[in-house]
Design a protein around this ligand. Structure first.
Ligand SMILES: Nc1ncnc2c1ncn2[C@@H]1O[C@H](COP(=O)(O)OP(=O)(O)OP(=O)(O)O)[C@@H](O)[C@H]1O
Ligand SMILES: [Mg+2]
Length: 417
């Protein structure tokens, strides 16, 4: 009988938490977004928990709201991780098949991946995510699934993300305190790249950039595979800081000016004119010329994009990206696309959210602000077998709060037919 699972995803953003709940029909592989919302959270900064109590309160408020909307309990959730404590590398593993029959099994593949994972990582860090890029059999590369094939030497390329155990455990505590269980934690870029880029973009070579508030995440795909990723520890909130300082107004007003009137490229200034901006004490209003606002925003946007350009230039995959895709809140600023083309030297850049087909009553779930949360549930729905390569390190290390990771969708067959 067809089964429908409830999948919930939590995106831990710079100053807010975003969650979505979706129903996944296993038979048709349809994802229906049932509900989603964001709440401000002062307890996280750039993906790192600075106050567990504040974060737990925001989690309770956010998920409680979703539960009431759905009229169902959300007991388990997937969490998207990001932040400057995360580091990603590529590595290589090998395994010799010494049996007579030489037929490669899943266990052989697991052992090759285990070998790729045995690399020195920083003290207090642990492996969060292991993304299998591809296999080679007897030096013949480009094998996506070697199970059942014959060979003597099995090799695997992996993309590994590590993170600080302290930060991960603090985040886990903040989520678990109100009683929610974590099914899995993914490095946010992996689901994001998977669901925001089209297959053609991944194949030809794409740079994906999540322009968040306090983090900019960069991913480079080539030949359909994530080759490189990095989180840069600042983002579009710097534009807000500049506006606040130079316009002598509160951060809240500066953010409103940025989101309502801000443009990153001169041709997007629709008309001349002035914008009323409240003074810092709120007692008066200053009329600010739109050109002056552009003069503040444009250099900062260029500087942020130059950091991304530097990241790409030093990635080892400098010439791999043919197209660029911008997502996250910062991509909503008019002219960001044009600036990205200029600074990143790409002929084609688009801005957008999740590309996967979704059943949803609200278009906002395709919005760049929902990219990470929606891609988390979409990715989780496809991740059968993920646990074999995923967070078992939590169980092994003895320092994580998660213990051995559970089977996907355990106990979540609540819509089941
Ligand atoms: N319409 C808009 N125009 C310009 N900037 C915007 C717009 N909407 C949101 N932003 C900016 O996008 C940033 C937030 O983006 P997003 O919601 O993707 O970040 P986050 O997920 O909370 O944080 P992070 O990804 O850094 O952890 C803020 O700097 C916000 O001001
Ligand atoms: Mg984000």
């Amino acid at each position: 009988m067809a089964k429908t699972n409830l999948i919930a995803g939590l995106d831990v953003g710079s100053e807010k938490l975003t969650a979505v709940a979706a129903a996944h029909d296993e038979e048709t592989n349809t994802i229906q977004i049932l509900a989603g919302r964001s709440v401000p959270c002062k307890g996280v900064r750039g993906g790192i928990v600075s106050d567990i109590r504040e974060t737990s309160a925001a989690v309770t408020y956010l998920l409680g709201g979703l539960e009431r909307e759905l009229n169902k309990d959300i007991s388990h959730l997937y969490v998207g991780l990001r932040g400057a404590h995360l580091e990603s590398f590529s590595n290589h593993g090998t395994y010799n098949i010494s049996r007579m029959d030489k037929e490669i099994t899943q266990a052989d593949m697991d052992l090759a991946v285990e070998n790729a994972k045995s690399m020195p990582i920083k003290n207090d860090n642990e492996i969060i995510h292991v993304f299998t890029q591809g296999f080679a059999i007897d030096k013949l590369r480009g094998i996506t699934n070697p199970e059942g094939m014959e060979g003597s030497l099995l090799e695997v390329d992996v993309h590994i993300t590590t993170g600080s155990s302290t930060h991960l455990n603090n985040l886990a505590k903040a989520i678990q305190r109100p009683g929610y269980k974590i099914d899995n934690m993914f490095y946010g870029m992996v689901p994001l790249g998977h669901c925001v880029l089209t297959q053609e973009e991944k194949d030809i070579g794409a740079l994906i950039v999540d322009l968040g508030g306090e983090t900019m995440s960069v991913g480079i795909y080539n030949e359909g595979i994530l080759k490189f990723s990095r989180d840069i520890p600042y983002g579009c909130d710097l534009i807000t800081s500049d506006l606040s300082r130079l316009l002598h107004t509160s951060r809240q007003n500066a953010r409103m000016v940025k989101e309502k009137y801000g443009v990153a490229f001169p041709t997007f200034l629709e008309e001349d004119g002035e914008i009323p901006v409240p003074s810092l004490d709120g007692r008066s209003t200053n009329n600010i010329n739109k050109h002056y606002i552009l003069d503040i925003i444009q250099p900062r946007v260029e500087e942020l994009l130059e950091q991304i350009q530097h990241c790409v230039a030093t990635s080892g995959y400098k010439n791999s990206a043919i197209v660029g895709v911008l997502t996250g809140g910062g991509s909503l600023m008019p002219g960001m696309q044009e600036q990205a083309m200029n600074v990143l030297g790409l002929k084609e850049v688009r801005c957008g959210g999740v590309q996967r087909d979704l059943v949803t009553a609200a278009d906002e779930f395709f919005d760049p602000l929902y990219s990470t949360a929606v891609s988390l549930v979409a990715y989780a729905s496809e991740s059968t077998g993920y646990e074999e390569y995923g967070r078992e390190s939590y169980g092994g290390s003895g320092k994580s709060l998660f213990g051995k990771i559970g089977r996907l969708f355990k106990g979540m067959d609540i819509f089941g037919g």
